[in-house]
Design a protein around this ligand. Structure first.
Ligand code: NDP
Length: 310
C-alpha cells in the first residue's frame, strides 16, 4: 500500500526524503501520479488539496495535513466520510510562531513604529519608557501555539491573559472563555493576539465590536487565519486611533491583492503567511507514526475533531 503526497513540487521531494529516511519501506506516490487508486492507504496533503479528489481512493485510511490548521480541508465538500484527519503538532512550528509573536509584541511595546517614523524624519526624540509589567497581553486561543506564546511573554514579564472555548487553566496566565470572557479580556488587552483555529464560531471574531472593547490605542496581532479578521473594521479602527497598529501574517484572500489598503498602511506590518513554516524533517516522525498506527488500527495522533472544526 502507498502514501500519496500532495504539495508544491519542490516541497514534495523534501517530504518524500523525510518520510523515507524514517521508513525506507514506504511506497511514496507524488500527486498527480497517484497510480492505482486502490493502492493508496494514506494521503499527506497541503491545505490546497481538493478533498473531492480524495474520494477516488477506496482504501484510504488516513489524511494528514501538512500544517497545523485544517480549515481548508474541512470546508465543503470536506474529507471523504469516515476518514480521520490528523494535523501537525510540531515543535518547530510552535517555536517559529512564538518567535513571530515575540517579534511583533516587542515591536509595538518598544514603540518601533514611532521610532521608525522619527528616523525617517531625522528627528532625535526620546519617547516615554514602556513598562513591561503594565502592558497587558490577551491571547485568543491557548492551544499548542497560544500556550507557547503565552509562556514566552510571561517569561519576559508581561501580564498575560488567554481566551479559550472551554474553561482552561495555565499557571501565571489569567484565563477566560465564552462570549462574556472575550469581552472581559478584550477590555484589558493592550495587545491582542489571535492564535485561534478558523471555525464557523471564530470567523470574523476580530471585528468592530471587539476593537471597540479594547483600551484605546491597543495593538492587534493576527497569526492565525485571514478569516478571523474583518479587514474594513480594522482599517476603520486604525483610522480612528482605537487600534494603534497591527501585525498580520494571514489574509483573505492569499496572496493579498496588490491594491489592498494593508500593503501601504503605515500602521500595518505584514508578512506573507510566513510566521511559521512546516519543516518536513521535523514533522515527518509523527506522520510516519500515524501511518503505522492506521495500519495497525491503533489510536491516531493529533486527530481533528470534526464536531468543533479543529
Ligand atoms: P489548537 O487546536 O492547539 O488550539 C486552538 C485553541 O483555540 C484552543 O485553546 C481552543 O480552545 C481555542 N478555540 C477554538 N475555538 C474557539 C472558540 N470558538 N472560542 C474560544 N476559543 C476557541 O491550535 P494551534 O494552537 O495548533 O493552532 C492555531 C491556529 O494557528 C491553526 O488552526 C492555524 O489556523 C494557525 N496557524 C498559523 C500559522 C501561520 O504560519 N500563520 C502556522 C500554524 C498555525 P480549547 O482550549 O477550549 O479547545
Amino acid at each position: 500500500m502507498a502514501v500519496l503526497l500532495s504539495t508544491k513540487p519542490a516541497a514534495m521531494q523534501v517530504w518524500r526524503d523525510a518520510l523515507l529516511a524514517l521508513d525506507p519501506a514506504l511506497e511514496i506516490r507524488m500527486f498527480p501520479d497517484a497510480g492505482d487508486p486502490a493502492g493508496i492507504e494514506a494521503a499527506v496533503v497541503w491545505t490546497s488539496h481538493d478533498m473531492a479528489e480524495l474520494r477516488r481512493y477506496p482504501n484510504l485510511k488516513l489524511i494528514v495535513s501538512m500544517g497545523a490548521g485544517v480549515d481548508h480541508l474541512l470546508r465543503p465538500p470536506g474529507p471523504p466520510p469516515g476518514i480521520p484527519v490528523a494535523r501537525l503538532v510540531d515543535r518547530m512550528l510552535t517555536s517559529q510562531m512564538g518567535e513571530w509573536v515575540l517579534l511583533n509584541v516587542l515591536r509595538f511595546h518598544r514603540q518601533d513604529l514611532e521610532y521608525r517614523a522619527l528616523q525617517s524624519a531625522r528627528i532625535w526624540e526620546e519617547l516615554p519608557a514602556p513598562v513591561t509589567a503594565e502592558r497587558r497581553i490577551g491571547i485568543l486561543g491557548l492551544g499548542e501555539l497560544g500556550r507557547h506564546a503565552a509562556g514566552l511573554l510571561r517569561g519576559l514579564g508581561f501580564p498575560v491573559m488567554g481566551w479559550t472555548r472551554r474553561p482552561r487553566t495555565m499557571e501565571g496566565v489569567e484565563t477566560f472563555h465564552g462570549a462574556e470572557g472575550l469581552a472581559a479580556m478584550a477590555a484589558r488587552s493592550d495587545i491582542l493576539i489571535c492564535l485561534l483555529p478558523l471555525t464557523p464560531e471564530t470567523r470574523g471574531v476580530m471585528n468592530a465590536r471587539l476593537f471597540g472593547l479594547l483600551p484605546p490605542g491597543a495593538f492587534v496581532i493576527n497569526g492565525a487565519r485571514g478569516g478571523h479578521l474583518v479587514d474594513a473594521d480594522l482599517l476603520a479602527a486604525l483610522e480612528a486611533g482605537q487600534v494603534a497598529g497591527a501585525a498580520l501574517d494571514v489574509f483573505q484572500p492569499e496572496p493579498l491583492p496588490p491594491d489592498h489598503p494593508f500593503w501601504g498602511h503605515p500602521k500595518v506590518i505584514m508578512t506573507p503567511h510566513a510566521a511559521s513554516i512546516t519543516i518536513p524533517a521535523s514533522a515527518a516522525p509523527q506522520v510516519v507514526e500515524n501511518i503505522h498506527r492506521a495500519r495497525a488500527g491503533q489510536p491516531l495522533l493529533n486527530l481533528v475533531d470534526f464536531s468543533t472544526g479543529y
